[in-house]
Write a new protein. Structure first.
Length: 476
């Protein structure tokens, strides 16, 4: 049976990879080697005693779920640890709990299905086999992405509060749909999984489904190929809480948008909850049907912004606590100050820091963090969009975007436009003409005048210079 251990472990890795962050998967699961499989016992080899203890402490629920799914409920897991003193192997048996705290299993759902003789051999819905009257729908929720593991700050407060409200009254609030947008790595996926998990905790009998837009598109294409488009639409119309991640991938796909439009209408009209994420606000989505865009705006759209310094520190402390390690305060300060591209990169850096400390038997110090920053963190400033810069400037100067684009010549509004042009020139590759057009249809000469004015005011006006510094800090 030993020859099967590699195949079994590879199947386990597929499940684990779908339920862990990429950096965590690379650090804690890629180094593991399968050793043997006998009598439903899978033996895996880990590099150190610490490695074993870390897996047992932090990933025991995931491993139990994985073993149940790949081997069966009678499956067992054994660790073989490479001992530091002799290099010999010593097995350690772990008895794992049977289930996690939240039951994400959906109840069976019955929907009408049209099947002709030719289609009986084809899958008629995205997640189930044909011919079943009651459908078992996997929620696809990741239990690690709960509200308990989510750090709330000013950068995400609106989305968090709306998510809590939805989980208490799904489909019965004015936040339907909830449209969450931000650049990558700021927690969109985490918060929508948390909404789904909290909803399942409050309403176990509701059918909750998380799906990425790319997965939705692939399923729709398969349904068209198999001539089961109606079954595809009926399937999604049976969901109580539908969460679609990265909705921007539907742009330019007219047939997919048409099917989604009918699904959206049915769910919304029947008081079912819709939650979407996107990398930009609805107004900036291109190649999307106007009727769909208008429906995105029916509910609430909430932006996730870059976390400030204090929130980054809180995220690091939370992550360290969840991973069971103690980080010196000066290390937390250093990482929060120097790793700020996005939350995902910050958490990945922390995991790498822990791995370096464990595998090389080094204490976690500021010097170790400094050594790793140049290797693991991209310190180059990412190119920002003009739309994002407008949002940051308006928020910093306490004005609305309607005021920004209005014809008013009030001093603070004019300065907001000039600062936007200045930072757009500094942080984007857009031409002066493009910058002017994005900032309310201004011409080339107006942009040049704005650049000179801002440079002059930064040198001569302390208050204006502080405003510019605060905006730049929020953009970095």
């Amino acid at each position: 049976m030993d020859k099967d251990c590699h195949e079994i472990w590879n199947n386990c890795l597929k499940v684990i990879k779908a339920n862990t962050a990429p950096q965590a998967y690379k650090t804690w699961f890629e180094p593991i080697k399968p050793v043997s499989f006998n009598d439903n016992m899978l033996t895996i080899q880990v590099p150190t005693q610490f490695f074993y203890e870390f897996l047992e402490t932090h990933y025991i629920k995931l491993l139990r779920m994985t073993i149940d799914r790949v081997i069966g409920v009678n499956g067992r897991l054994e660790y073989s640890i490479v001992m530091d003193d002799s290099g010999s192997d010593g097995p350690v048996v772990v008895r794992m709990p049977n289930s996690g705290p939240v039951n994400t299993q959906n109840p069976p759902v019955q929907i009408p299905i049209d099947i002709d003789k030719k289609a009986k051999d084809d899958a008629i819905t995205p997640f189930i086999l044909p011919g079943l009257k009651k459908l078992e729908i996997e929620s696809q929720l990741n239990e690690n992405y709960s509200f308990d593991n989510f750090v709330t700050g000013d950068c995400n407060l609106l989305a968090r509060q709306a998510g809590n409200t939805i989980a208490k009254m799904p489909g019965r609030t004015s936040f339907n749909p909830l449209f969450i947008y931000s650049p990558t790595g700021l927690g969109k996926t985490h918060i929508v999984h948390a909404i789904g998990l909290e909803t399942k905790k409050n309403f176990p009998n509701l059918t909750v489904l998380y799906v990425n837009a790319e997965q939705f598109i692939q399923q729709f294409m398969s349904s068209c190929k198999n001539k089961t488009r109606n079954d595809f639409v009926r399937f999604y119309q049976s969901i109580d809480v539908l969460i679609v991640d990265d909705i921007e991938f539907m742009a330019g796909k007219a047939k997919t948008q048409d099917a989604f439009f009918h699904i959206f209408n049915h769910l919304q009209q029947n008081c079912k909850q819709l939650v979407f994420t996107c990398d930009k606000p609805p107004a900036e989505l291109k190649d999307m049907e106007p009727r769909l865009l208008s429906r995105f705006k029916w509910g609430l759209f909430a932006e996730l912004q870059m976390p400030d310094y204090d929130t980054r520190k809180s995220i690091l402390k939370k992550k360290a606590y969840n991973e069971g390690i103690e980080l010196p305060e000066d290390v937390i300060d250093y990482v929060a100050e120097n790793v700020k591209t996005n939350v995902r990169e910050m958490e990945g850096f922390l995991i790498s820091l822990m791995a370096q400390s464990s595998l090389n038997k080094k204490a976690i110090t500021v010097n170790l963090a400094k050594q790793m920053v140049s290797r693991y963190v991209n310190n180059s400033t990412p190119e920002l969009t003009i739309g994002y810069i407008i949002g940051v400037v308006c928020e910093s100067m306490l004005i609305t975007q309607d005021e920004f684009f209005s014809k008013t010549r009030k001093r603070n509004i004019v300065q907001a436009r000039q600062l936007t042009m200045y930072f757009a020139k500094k942080y984007t590759k857009s031409s002066l003409i493009s910058i002017g057009q994005e900032c309310g249809g201004k011409d080339h000469a107006t942009v040049i005048h704005a650049l000179k004015t801002v440079e002059n005011l930064i040198e001569t006006d302390k208050q204006f210079r502080q405003i510019a510094l605060d905006i730049e800090k929020n953009l970095s």
